[in-house]
Design a binder for this molecule. Structure first.
Ligand SMILES: [Zn+2]
Length: 320
């Protein structure tokens, strides 16, 4: 069965991780490779001529362009900026968040890393932000199953959660191949299940001319206006999960809810829903590549701009 290929992957064992990322200098080399795979590139002028020196035991680069002369550290301008934590602690967080089968809460991260809760919260949110930015441009193509759902509650009768801060509407899309196997997923909050909101979502998240399958929610007809074929799955409840064209979106959705329900406090979870959903989608989209996830997340983190705690906490609140 297809799922076994994922579940029985060897992944990256802890001893193998420690051999690769067990010292500060090994982590510095890994971050340098992730950030500048060929050679140093000046963040200010994109020049490559440079000199190197050490400042307080950490490697520094100075741009040799006479009009620039900018000094750069390995971390400045990345998601690791403005933190005194050793890179070994950061890499361990990358390891735990990427290898865990389900979502790992900030509280668990705090215990594993031996840092205070606030530090663990910042690390977790910075890395979820990294995952979110990495998948921000992903579009689903071909056969796409989509569904509407609420975080913090089910949609019963269409009124549940409306205007409530601890319930967030979101759209989940799963693309499948011709054999009916899932390829990629996108999960993202929407301001509400209106035709305008769904059209905006589909405009960003679907490639042209998809075959879209959904339940009977009227707003999903917005995809037709964008040139997609749209099939409404008529059955409801249990029978729907058995239909091939809605099977995977239902499986991914129920796995998501099970994994999130156990890990997070509802209110905080809903406020930052876009990041938690992006984390789950990032992991799903890379489910066949468990062993390569640490270096891949490190590359994404090196490209993600710094996020202050204030900016992390300042998220738009949707009113549905
Ligand atoms: Zn420069």
């Amino acid at each position: 069965m297809a799922m076994n290929r994922i579940q029985f992957q060897p992944g990256l064992s802890l001893p193998a991780f420690l051999r690769r990322y067990g010292t500060e200098s090994a982590c510095e080399r890994a971050l340098q490779q992730a950030r500048w795979p060929q050679d140093f590139v000046c963040p200010a002028c994109a020049g490559t001529r440079h000199s190197r020196f050490e400042h307080r035991g950490r490697p520094m680069w100075q741009c040799s362009s006479s009009s620039c002369r900018k000094q750069s550290s390995l971390r400045a301008g990345t998601v690791f900026d403005n933190t005194k934590l050793p890179l070994t602690t950061w890499l361990l967080a990358l390891y735990l968040l990427s290898q865990s089968k389900t979502n790992l809460s900030a509280l668990e991260l705090m215990r594993h890393l031996g840092v205070c809760y606030r530090t663990a919260w910042r690390m977790k949110h910075k890395l979820m932000q990294t995952m979110s930015e990495r998948d921000a441009g992903r579009r689903l193509g071909g056969l796409v199953q989509i569904d509407d759902a609420y975080l913090g509650g089910e949609r019963n009768g269409g009124k549940a959660g409306r205007g409530s801060e601890n319930k967030r509407p979101f759209v989940i899309g799963v693309s499948t191949n011709e054999a009916g196997h899932p390829r990629h997923a996108v999960m993202e909050p929407v301001p509400g299940f209106t035709k305008a909101a769904l059209a905006e979502w589909a405009g960003r998240r679907l490639e042209p001319q998809c075959d879209v399958y959904s339940d009977g929610l009227g707003a999903f007809r917005a995809v037709v206006d964008l040139g997609h074929a749209h099939t409404v799955i008529q059955s409801s409840g249990r029978a729907a999960t058995e239909q091939a064209n809605s099977r995977w979106v239902n499986i991914v959705l129920s796995n998501l809810k099970r994994s999130l329900d156990g890990a997070y406090h509802a209110f905080a979870f809903c406020k930052y829903a876009h990041r938690y959903l992006a984390e789950a989608a990032w992991r799903f989209n890379r489910r066949f590549e468990l062993e390569a996830l640490v270096p891949r997340l490190l590359v994404a983190a090196a490209r993600c701009l710094p996020w202050s705690e204030r900016r992390l906490r300042n998220v738009p609140v949707y009113v549905s």
